[in-house]
Each structure stands twice: as C-alpha cells, then as structure tokens.
Design a protein around this ligand. Structure first.
Ligand SMILES: Cc1cc2nc3c(=O)[nH]c(=O)nc-3n(C[C@H](O)[C@H](O)[C@H](O)COP(=O)(O)OP(=O)(O)OC[C@H]3O[C@@H](n4cnc5c(N)ncnc54)[C@H](O)[C@@H]3O)c2cc1C
Length: 426
C-alpha cells in the first residue's frame, strides 16, 4: 500500500522563489509544506530588484506589504565609466512596456522574512530550521527526507514527508539539480564578488537617489553601489576569476579597499565611507540547467540556474519562475498528471528567460558592449529597448525585439570595427 500523502507540494527553500511558489499554491487552495534550512531573518546577497517583480508581488497578494515596508525606491540604474566622466541613466519609466517602473532596493533579511511570513499567512505550513536531505521519487509520489531542529540539545531528528510534487527552490545549493547532474557551467562567467555595507556614501539627487550605480572597471570587472536603507549602501565589486587570480593574496577587507582605491569613480564616492559589516567574498559562477522539470518535480530560481548579478536579474527570475512554476504545478495537480509533459511549457519558458538575460550578461563582459552603452546619444528606440529588458521584461513586443537585434548587431560591429570611441579601455 503506498503511504498516504502529507501534502500536495513540498517546497524546498524559503528564499524569494520558495516563498513565492508556496504563497501562490497555498492561495490556490493546495496543501503546501515549505522547508527552510535556516532561521530567518538571515543575511543574503541580492539587494537590487527589477521593475518586473511588481507584477509577481501583485499576483501573490503581497504588494501592499512591500509598499508599506519603506524600502528605498528604485527607478532605475546609473552606469558609470571607470573615470566617472560618463554616467548613463537607465530609467525604467522610459519604456511603456514596463507596467510599474518604480521598484525597490532591499536588505534581503527583511524582504525574505516578509515573503516567508506572507507564505505562512497565505496558508502554507512554513517550517524553518528544517534541512532537506533527499527527495526519493516513485511512480506514486515523492518522499522527502529532512533533518528537523534538535530538541533540548539532543541529536537533530530526521523524518520524512510524503508529497505529490516537489518544488526545488534551494538556491545555489541546488538540491535536485546536483542530484540529477543537471548543471551546465558558464566558464566565461566565472566571477568573484567581494562586498560589504557602508555608511557615509553620497546618493544621487531626487529620482536618482535610489538608483543602483554600476561603475565599470577597466579590467572588465565592475562595482555596485546599492542604497539599501536611509544610511546603508551595499558596495561590492565583481571581477572575472582570471583577473582575481592575478591579484595579490590579501585579506578580503584590504583587497576591497585597494579595488575601491584604483577605480576613480568609486573612490570618489567612497571618500567618507565607513564600513559597517565584515567583508564577504562569494564566487558568483553562472550556470544553467539541462532541465527545469521532470516527473513530480520542478526547479525554480537559483536552484536551476544562476546569472552573474550585473543586471540585478536574480530575484526577478526567481520570483517569476516560481510564480509560473507554481501555476504549472497547480494545473498539473488539477489535471491529475504531475509528469514531465505537464511541465514542458514551464521548462521551455525558464530556458528562454535565462537565455534572454544571459545574452545581456555575456555582452556586458565585452569592451564593445560597454563602449556602445556609454556612447554619446545612443539611438532612443534602441536604448529604450535595452532598458525594457533591464527592467525585467525579457519578452517584449516585436518592435522592441527588433531594436534589440539591431543593438546586438551593433555590438558585433563595434567588436570588429570599433566605430564608437572607447570610454572603458586604456
Ligand atoms: C554577489 C551577488 C550579488 C547579487 N546581486 C543581486 C541583485 O542586486 N539583485 C538580484 O535580483 N539578485 C542578485 N543576486 C542574485 C540573488 O541573490 C539570487 O538570484 C536570489 O537570491 C535567488 O533567490 P532564490 O529564492 O532562488 O534562492 P535563495 O535566495 O538563495 O534562497 C534559497 C533558500 O533555500 C534554502 N536552502 C538551501 N538548501 C536547503 C535545504 N537542503 N533544505 C532547506 N532549505 C534549503 C536556503 O537557506 C535559502 O534560504 C546576487 C547574487 C550574488 C552572488
């Protein structure tokens, strides 16, 4: 006799993807158990959101709580040359394909907590401190093995949950993707990030005050400066691993100081800065996936694929894929067939979504892309098309896609012919 189900869906991980999937399914009336390894609030990197996340917040009914949270308002991004001479504003409102252009900069410990609480308020059974160890599939269901928190100092008990479907939202831990050997590495995007939080960093004026500032470096690395609260600025540098390996082996804080110092535009902004957190280092190696769904499972957010953060696409992809994945699971449960064919549409969309952003990220690490991006007076329609995708709208209108094709053609021509002057190379 097959064991009875404890729930319809187990969601592994309570980051933005897991909480979104759990909220959507619980609101659709499904029995959801969300298992999160850590106890919230906890630090997480990934603090700058795209405008497209507003659509997901509306869809899962959390938009009012997000608005009430008082996060800094972000209208776009400012891209700055290493010497600070050119600053290109990408204001999400210039594209009429962006429904709600104003989005947010977030301390992730607050956003993730808020989304997790929303999942619980939506009816999901949220269990923090529960680490999933394994998912065993059979014809009738899936058995999740987990380690629950220790009680009274004793050993942490292990147990199982029986579910119809599992959604892997375990982030870069990638539980299923590792178990099924699905990862496809991106060797050209093997990068390293070094970062911390600072006070005393000046902001832009007016509407530009909440922008993420991206400062290009001459070695194809770049800095981010993200105002995550009234007084704190998240500041980090991303370097190609090939560059990182040529640097002297210094303590992370010394290395970050040195990199700030040798990027003139960043150094000017950081003159009065006071570091408030230890410096952290993360490898941010990008990877895709051979598949995002199979019989009784789907993978959403970073658990499936991860992209270098230069265009702040991570949380947007996580939220959108989680919402679409949850809808696919709901439909499959309603149809009584939770097998791979039922998830084929979701799998296809997730591949397309990843590819759409990947194209931009790969291009950003070429001098030609940066030269065009910083060129004087870029053609308006073309720039608007680029901003549409940078706002998170990766599947824009046909006209916008045509302008994007023209933009990438120009990048290739710049690579060959160098028709635009370079602002980023020596
Ligand atoms: C340096 C850097 C900078 C970034 N900057 C940005 C940015 O500015 N904007 C942006 O949008 N994105 C950014 N990102 C990407 C962003 O961090 C991720 O895309 C985003 O957090 C993905 O959300 P997620 O829910 O898929 O995964 P996560 O947020 O990682 O959540 C996964 C959750 O699963 C839990 N978990 C893992 N294993 C288990 C297990 N076995 N059992 C139970 N729970 C488990 C974890 O504890 C975690 O809470 C950045 C990433 C890096 C590395």
């Amino acid at each position: 006799m097959p064991r009875e189900f404890d729930c319809d869906v187990v969601v592994i991980g309570g980051g933005p993807a897991g909480s979104t999937a759990a909220s959507a399914l619980a609101r659709a009336g499904r029995q959801v158990v969300l298992l999160e390894r850590d106890r919230f609030p906890r630090f997480h990197i990934g603090e700058s959101l795209l405008a497209s996340v507003n659509d997901v917040f509306e869809a899962i009914g959390v938009a009012d709580r997000i608005r009430a949270a008082g996060f800094p308002k972000k209208w776009g991004a400012s891209f700055i040359t290493p010497d600070g001479r050119v600053e290109r504003f990408a204001d999400f409102a210039i594209s009429n394909e962006v429904r709600a252009p104003q989005t947010w900069q977030v301390p992730r410990e607050r956003l993730d907590m808020l989304l997790l609480e929303h999942a619980a308020a939506s009816g999901a059974d949220v269990r923090q401190g529960h680490r999933v160890l394994d998912a065993a599939f059979d014809d009738d269901g899936v058995t999740i093995s987990l380690r629950a928190p220790a009680i009274d100092g004793g050993p942490a008990p292990t147990s199982t949950i029986r579910s119809r479907v599992v959604i892997d939202a375990s982030g870069r831990a990638g539980l299923l993707s590792r178990a099924f050997s699905l990862r496809v590495d991106e060797p050209t995007l093997a990068n390293v990030a070094i970062f911390s939080h600072y006070a005393g960093v000046p902001r832009g004026e007016g509407r530009r005050a909440g922008d993420i500032r991206v400062v290009a470096r001459r070695d194809l690395g770049w800095f981010w400066l993200i105002p995550i609260s009234d007084d704190l600025m998240s500041v980090g540098v991303v370097l190609p691993q090939s560059v990182f390996l040529t640097l002297p082996k210094l303590e992370p804080d010394v290395l970050l100081e040195r990199l700030i110092g040798d990027t003139p535009a960043t150094a000017r902004l950081m003159r009065q800065a006071e570091r408030k957190w230890p410096v952290r280092v993360e490898t941010d190696f990008s990877f895709g996936s051979r598949a995002y769904a199979g019989d009784r499972w789907i993978i959403v957010g970073d658990a499936g694929s991860f992209l270098d953060p230069v265009f702040s696409s991570g949380v947007a992809i996580a939220l959108e894929s989680a919402l679409e994945g949850a809808r696919a699971v709901d439909r499959a449960l309603a149809g009584g067939r939770v097998s791979a064919p039922a998830f084929a549409g979701f799998d296809r969309r997730q591949r397309q979504r990843y590819a759409a952003f990947r194209r931009f990220v790969l291009a950003f690490y070429t001098p030609a892309f940066r030269d065009l991006f910083f060129s004087d007076d870029p053609p308006k329609h073309m720039f608007r098309a680029v901003v549409t995708v940078l706002a998170g709208y990766w599947r824009p209108s046909l006209a916008t896609r045509a302008w994007l094709a023209l933009f990438f053609l120009s990048v290739r021509l710049q690579q060959r012919l160098g028709f635009a002057p370079s602002h980023v190379q020596e």
